[in-house]
Design a protein around this ligand. Structure first.
Ligand SMILES: [Zn+2]
Ligand SMILES: [Zn+2]
Length: 339
């Protein structure tokens, strides 16, 4: 089935295509941050003018950690500047008839083909465990079969790239019936037509997604000196986890976040923008996920904090520990803040 055909099914699939975390400028230097006037002059419209209203009231613990996006975030080169998305509040999410994952259903993490690079192979198990804690569902690590050869574009990039649309198309229908969703993992580079590369792609309703670890080990530019520098642990893991839960979020029908700054469900237009983002969900997306999965937030935050501590993700460990304290222990699924 062609993506073109999928797109016409529903507006929601537009988001499916927007699932890409994409880069237009490759490894070009970060562009100069400009101001809102520049944006307005160029486009004639306000970037966030059509964004839906937030329809939850975050408790104070959330408000201390999350700031709403403003027009200042629509800087040239950013995802927000490039794509006009309305976002998705809780009401819209529920109306979307999202993919709901009952407690008995597992999330499958499926390496595609052979993960050849040792540094990528080392990420598989932590990704699986993090998915389990983040979504509070059991996980299964299973062979995803070979990379679909028809998706390979050998002429692209240094080592060839795989068309993520074609990979996803090959995966549709392969997620086991009893699974909540399946996330394929590859260490090969992905792209979609018109974009230089993508980190991953997740389908809104068909329970399949794919993400690549190819770029998570790439050097980054030091914002102070402009020099490229190697990324050290735990940054490759942090990057991989961001992409994995972002794509799985799409598979649970979460749209890109256009409400809170640096939410892990935000679209990002470069690795620099992704690096600036957090590994955590904003209060709105947490509210949507909690409604869907009906988990105990206290337990989830405690488990995430423990994972983060073990893997050297210290800012996240502190944040999740704080959030765990903001929710009563043993809260039942419908309690704790009302969202
Ligand atoms: Zn996305
Ligand atoms: Zn969000």
């Amino acid at each position: 089935m062609a993506w073109g055909a999928l797109v016409v099914f529903s507006g929601a699939l537009t988001f499916g295509l927007m699932a890409a975390v994409a880069v237009f400028v490759g490894d070009a230097p970060d562009r100069q941050v400009s101001d809102v006037d520049d944006y307005l002059a160029r486009t004639g419209q306000r970037c966030l003018a059509h964004v839906s209203d937030v329809d939850i009231e975050p408790p104070s613990a959330w408000r201390e950690s999350w700031e709403p996006l403003t027009e200042e975030d629509c800087r040239p080169g950013s995802w927000l500047n490039q794509f006009r998305e309305e976002g998705q509040n809780l009401h819209q999410y529920r109306a979307e008839q999202p993919n709901r994952v009952a407690e008995a259903r597992a999330l499958f993490v499926r390496p595609l083909g052979r993960i050849e690079r040792p540094e990528a192979e080392r990420l598989i198990e932590p990704v699986r465990e993090f998915v389990e804690l983040f979504f509070q569902r059991s996980t299964v690590l299973a062979d995803g079969g070979p990379m679909p050869s028809e998706a390979l574009a050998p002429e692209r990039g240094d080592e060839g790239q795989y068309n993520a649309d074609a990979v996803l198309e090959a995966l549709v229908g392969t997620c086991p019936k009893g699974a909540g969703a399946c996330l394929a993992m590859t260490d090969r580079d992905l792209y979609v037509p018109d974009l230089q590369y993508v980190f991953g792609l997740g389908h809104f309703h068909k329970r399949v997604g794919v993400f690549s670890t190819y770029r998570v080990h790439k050097p980054r530019r030091n914002p102070a000196t402009g020099e490229r520098e190697a990324v050290r642990d735990p940054e490759p893991l942090r990057r991989a986890l961001k992409i994995a839960v972002h794509e799985l979020g799409h598979e649970l029908s979460l749209a890109h976040c256009v409400h809170y700054r640096h939410c892990v469900m935000a679209g990002t237009n470069s690795m620099a923008e992704s690096d600036a983002g957090r590994l955590t969900l904003c209060p709105l997306d947490h509210g949507k996920l909690k409604w869907n999965l009906e988990y105990d937030p206290h337990r989830r935050f405690l488990e995430l904090s423990s994972f983060a501590r073990r893997h050297g993700l210290h800012p996240e460990a502190r944040y999740w520990a704080r959030m765990a304290n903001a929710y009563p222990a043993h809260a039942n699924a419908s309690g704790a803040g009302g969202h």
